[in-house]
Design a binder for this molecule. Structure first.
Ligand SMILES: CC(C)(COP(=O)(O)OP(=O)(O)OC[C@H]1O[C@@H](n2cnc3c(N)ncnc32)[C@H](O)[C@@H]1OP(=O)(O)O)[C@@H](O)C(=O)NCCC(=O)NCCS
Length: 255
């Protein structure tokens, strides 16, 4: 299962990488996570090509986006997801069947033991895959926020605020970092933002991320957190289970 395959033609201009594709599409081993990064900007021709990969329901959803740019992001992001999954499973992208759990987290009907989660922010998409357990991922573009202080106040605990406000130069990037800790965890456990971020407290000490507490008895043990940067002003976090997991961040940032 999930053995090496030929690299899908459809993704050749989409997946961001630091070298020409000379490799095959890698197999996904137990104890490993694949973290892919894709550029969601593409030529109109590429977007049309990838639109055809979507299911009729996804094409309908795409048509509801008010802004063309958002529609394009959705088409690209969903099509890349379908092609990645289809390559792992050795099936056609159109045969991938996804459904959402009660609180919205998508899973694969074809093979629920191929765990995945995706996140997009401002033309960049990230995709995490595991054969072992649920994963959560969140990426955010670090951008000016007019209501930054209010957001910090509303979403961060007092311990987190102390870290974020310690160095004014780092306030914005630390806010986004803590935000992605929280969102990636909430996506790993499938809650999404139904559990508000101030119900979780994270610590960050010498680069090590820890989940200190979660209110309401939500699952907290054994989750690991890995933050990742991307070229340009992006920050992201991957939440996964199992110490010693190998994270294959195969495609280096390059915008
Ligand atoms: C899921 C959620 C955390 C996404 O946040 P976001 O920053 O906008 O988006 P991201 O790009 O990081 O992630 C989006 C992807 O996460 C996945 N996702 C959706 N719900 C999820 C959940 N409960 N847990 C984990 N992943 C989820 C989907 O693949 C989604 O992609 P899609 O929007 O293209 O279908 C947020 O929208 C949420 O909590 N929603 C729950 C509340 C809700 O659904 N409200 C809508 C009205 S009922």
């Amino acid at each position: 299962m999930y053995e090496e395959a030929e690299f899908p033609e459809l993704l050749k201009n989409v997946i961001i990488q630091h070298q020409p594709i000379t490799m095959n599409f890698p197999g996904l081993l137990k104890g490993e996570i694949h973290l892919w990064t894709a550029s969601l900007t593409a030529s109109p021709e590429k977007i049309e090509e990838l639109r055809l990969v979507l299911s009729p329901e996804e094409q309908l959803r795409a048509s509801y986006f008010k802004y063309e740019s958002k529609q394009h992001d959705y088409i690209m992001s969903q099509a890349v997801l379908r092609v990645l999954i289809s390559t792992y499973l050795h099936i056609a992208p159109g045969d991938v069947i996804m459904q959402a759990r009660k609180k919205g987290k998508p899973f694969l009907v074809n093979d629920p033991s191929l765990f995945f989660n995706i996140s997009n922010s401002h033309e960049v998409g990230v995709y995490a895959f595991s054969r072992d357990a649920e994963v959560g991922v969140d990426i955010e573009k670090i951008r000016e926020l007019p209501d930054l202080d209010e957001l910090i106040d509303k979403n961060m605990t007092s311990g987190e605020k102390a870290i974020i406000l310690k160095d004014p130069d780092k306030k914005l990037s630390l806010f986004f970092q803590f935000w992605t800790f929280k969102e990636s965890y909430l996506k790993a456990i499938g809650e999404g933002m139904r559990l508000t971020p101030d119900n979780l407290e994270f610590s960050l000490s010498e680069g090590k991320i820890g989940l200190r507490s979660v209110k309401f008895g939500f699952e907290a043990s054994d989750w690991q957190f890995k933050d990742f940067a991307r070229r340009g002003p992006y920050t992201g976090t991957l939440t996964h289970k199992g110490r010693g997991t190998v994270i294959r961040d195969m495609y280096l940032p390059h915008q």
